[in-house]
Design a protein around this ligand. Structure first.
Ligand code: FPP
Length: 260
C-alpha cells in the first residue's frame, strides 16, 4: 500500500472516532460478531455478570445502528451457544430473560431502522416461550428490508453441520438422493439459513482470538478481526477500525490476487 493510500485511512489519536474518507471503504455484505467480554466488563465495575449481559444487549442496538450507517446488509451476532448451557443456572436464566425482553423492548427502534430479525441455531431445542419469541420477532419483521439482524441462539457450528448431515441422510434413506451425489452446495442448502450469504468478516472483541464454534461452515473464507475492547464498549470507532482493516485485505478464496 502506498503512503498516499495509507493516509486515507489515517487515525488522529486524540479523536474518539477514526477520521477516514468513508467512500474508500470496502463494505462487507455480511458481518458476524462474537459478543464476548460482558462478564469482564461487569467485573471491572464491580457489578454482577448479569449487568454485563444487559450492557451487552444494549450495545447490540448500537451495533445495528452503526452497521446501518455503513449500509451493511446482514449482521449475525452470537448470543447463546450450544455450550453456554454449562454456565450456572442463574446466568442461563438471565440470558433467556434478556432475550425475551429484548425483542419487545427494541422492536419500535428495529422497525424505525428497517431491520428484519431472523434466528439461527437449534431453535427447536429451546424452551417453548423462547421459540414463541423467535416466531413473533421473525413474523413481525418480515417486511423490513434495510438490514437483516441474525441472532445466533442455541447455536453451535458443529451441531449445524451434524443436523445438515441428518437431513441429507434422511433423503438418502428415502431414496430421494444418492449419497455419492452429495455436493458442497447441497450440504449448504441444508444449513439453518441457506439463503443468507456467507459472512465476509467475523469480529471478536475482548482479546480472545478464536471463533468458538461460530459459523464453522459459513466462515470458511471469512476475514477475521480481533479487538481488545470488551463487547459492551464496542462502538463506532471499533467498527470503523474493523472496516478499515477489511478494506486492506486481499481476499483470494484460494486463488491468486488480481495483480499476480
Ligand atoms: C460472552 O461474554 C457473552 C455471552 C455468552 C452472551 C452474549 C449475550 C448478549 C450480549 C446479550 C443477549 C443477547 C440478546 C439478543 C438479547 P462472557 O459472559 O463470556 O464474558 P467474559 O468472557 O468476560 O466472562
Amino acid at each position: 500500500m502506498s503512503s498516499n493510500e495509507e493516509s486515507r485511512f489515517s487515525f488522529f489519536s486524540k479523536k474518539k472516532t477514526p477520521v477516514i474518507d468513508e467512500s474508500n471503504l470496502k463494505i462487507p455484505t455480511h458481518i458476524a460478531v462474537i459478543m464476548d467480554g460482558n462478564g469482564r466488563w461487569a467485573k471491572k465495575r464491580m457489578l454482577p455478570r448479569s449487568a454485563g449481559h444487559r450492557a451487552g444487549a444494549d450495545n447490540l442496538k448500537t451495533l445495528c445502528k452503526n452497521c446501518g450507517h455503513y449500509g451493511i446488509k446482514y449482521v449475525t451476532v452470537y448470543a447463546f451457544s450450544t455450550e453456554n448451557w454449562s454456565r450456572p443456572e442463574s446466568e442461563v436464566h438471565t440470558l433467556m430473560e434478556l432475550f425475551v425482553e429484548y425483542f419487545d423492548r427494541y422492536d419500535p427502534e428495529l422497525e424505525q431502522e428497517g431491520i428484519r430479525v431472523r434466528f439461527t441455531g437449534d431453535i427447536a431445542g429451546l424452551p417453548e416461550n423462547i421459540q414463541a419469541v423467535c416466531k413473533r420477532a421473525e413474523e413481525g419483521s418480515k417486511h423490513r428490508n434495510r438490514m437483516t439482524l441474525i441472532v445466533a441462539f442455541n447455536y453451535g457450528g458443529r451441531r449445524e453441520i451434524v443436523q445438515s448431515c441428518q437431513k441429507l441422510a434422511m433423503q438418502v434413506k428415502e431414496g430421494k438422493i444418492d449419497a455419492s451425489e452429495i455436493t458442497e452446495e447441497m450440504f449448504a442448502q441444508n444449513l439453518y439459513l441457506p439463503d443468507v450469504p456467507d459472512p465476509d468478516l467475523i469480529i471478536r472483541p475482548s482479546g480472545e482470538e478464536r471463533t468458538s464454534n461460530f459459523l464453522v461452515w459459513e466462515g470458511a473464507y471469512s476475514e477475521l478481526w480481533f479487538s481488545d475492547v470488551l463487547w459492551p464498549d464496542f462502538g463506532m470507532k471499533e467498527l470503523t477500525e474493523a472496516l478499515v482493516a477489511y478494506t486492506k485485505r486481499d481476499r483470494r478464496f484460494g486463488g491468486l490476487s488480481k495483480e499476480k
